[in-house]
Write a protein that binds this ligand. Sequence first.
Ligand code: TPP
Length: 562
Amino acid sequence: MEKMSGARSLMVALEKEGVELAFGLPGGANLPIYDELYKSNIRHILVRHEQSASHMADGFGRVSRRPGVCFATSGPGATNIVTGIATAQADSAPMIAITGQVPSKMIGKDAFQESDIIGITNPIVKYAFQPMDAAEIPTVVKKAFYISSTGRPGPVLIDIPKDVQQNEAEMHFPNEVKVRGYHPWVDPDIREIERAIDMLLSAERPIILAGGGVIISSAFAELQSIAELLMIPVVTTFKGKGSFPENHPLSLGPIGMHGHAEANKMMVEADCVLAAGSRFSDRSVGTFEEFEKRLKIIHMDVDPAEIGKNQTTTVAVVGDIKASLRIMVKMLVQKAIKRGDDNPWLKRVNETRDYYRENLKLHPHPLGAAKILRKLREVLPHQSIVTTEVGQHQMWASLFFDVIQPGTFFSSTGLGTMGWGFPAAIGAKAAKPSVPVLDIAGEGSFNMTENSLAVSVLDNLPVIVLLMNNFSLGMVAQWQRTFYDRRMIGIDLKNCPDYVKLAEAYGAQGIRAESIDEVGKAVQTALKSDVATVIDIPIDPQEDVLPFVAPGTPLKDMILPS
Ligand SMILES: Cc1ncc(C[n+]2csc(CCOP(=O)(O)OP(=O)(O)O)c2C)c(N)n1
């Protein structure tokens, strides 16, 4: 056993977990940690606001499927990462957030920069640790990574008082840990999978609903095999977008509030759904009662707490999605079950999709959202990673940007956090430097974390920001137009900066694109560039996102463009 300080043991433990980089911003309460970071092999990426550190760690975690690490000091540093932690929790992203805390003797005494970050984050973390003895740190770190990355991934907080960082202790670094009461691996029940197969085979109008769990567990090949063996059409949740190639003949795209018309329509007509790794969010299913009334539900999820939470299920398969789907594929192959495509349901599905693809009225503006995003798809290599901010542009991406290579599309779907996409893209670039990374943004969202341009430039993590600039908080404007009799308030962003000059001020590249042709060229220029590029595209502030399922209404009441 070696004697060392708590802060040193933290670095050693992080290195043992394979951590090579961390995002953060120092302060008084985490200086011992930073001093050890200085001596370590871990690359530090200095953010301009701690919220971005947590979003970068989140983006890194979603892409690498290893927890991203972020550091913040106590008090305001810690509270600044709360939004990023809540965002990661809502989307089941692995993350380790490490905060400094005031010295243990000062806790509860209103000390300078004291905040009860454990109390504040209690409902939004998978677990939180506050080691009070330096010797605990190696085990705490091991447990934190184990909890964050296994089962249903999520954020784990480690809050370390300053004296605990400084104190020396004999350190023992465990190779593995057990956490009492935490059993992340559940073997899927074979009988339930058999029942699921029977139910799918006896259904007349089966459908697969693929959620974020498919992406988290990389169950792409298994999902595709099942769809193809049983010839079942696939819809996704918004978080599940990119779990199934959107150019596949069985793909109908995302369902829900801003889902594809054909996906919502077929979901409404289906009689049996295989939901894989979906939590049945209100945005996906419309009204819960309506959804379960019509359908037999087979629910696969790694988290037993999800079963029956929002929907009553007929068959439940608890376990890792990849493992469950793999068993299902094996059973189908063993039983030589392979269906053809000549049945009335598939005929109806194909006709419906063709109808909407041909007849859905698109916005006539020369820089209409569909035109921009289809051009983007044309020029952006399929392996590129795309993130989005939150707003109309995000939902247009859901509708008009086809994800071809599974697992390349990420968005803040659960919390809906404006300002997430750009720093998350930087985190994604850090995880996969070899692929292009692009953030589809609205200027309202970009305003929230645009100072991460400094990080993108200085730390050589170039990403592209495709700014669909409507000079307003567009999604709020759409709701005010639709539900509040056009009483427009709090949406006007007319005094935004000139984004080309803003990019240049940070040493990045700024391009204004005023036609679809220029959009294509700008993306191509950005792809060749080795600095971050902001592409500012002035769009029509009056364009709505349609189709639209109003909140609290069933999918069948989808509003279509007239
Ligand atoms: C942090 C945060 N604050 C407020 C909201 C509520 N909200 C949802 S969309 C939206 C407007 C987004 O504007 P912009 O990023 O410009 O995108 P647009 O809708 O114009 O495409 C707002 C304010 C939110 N989702 N997140």
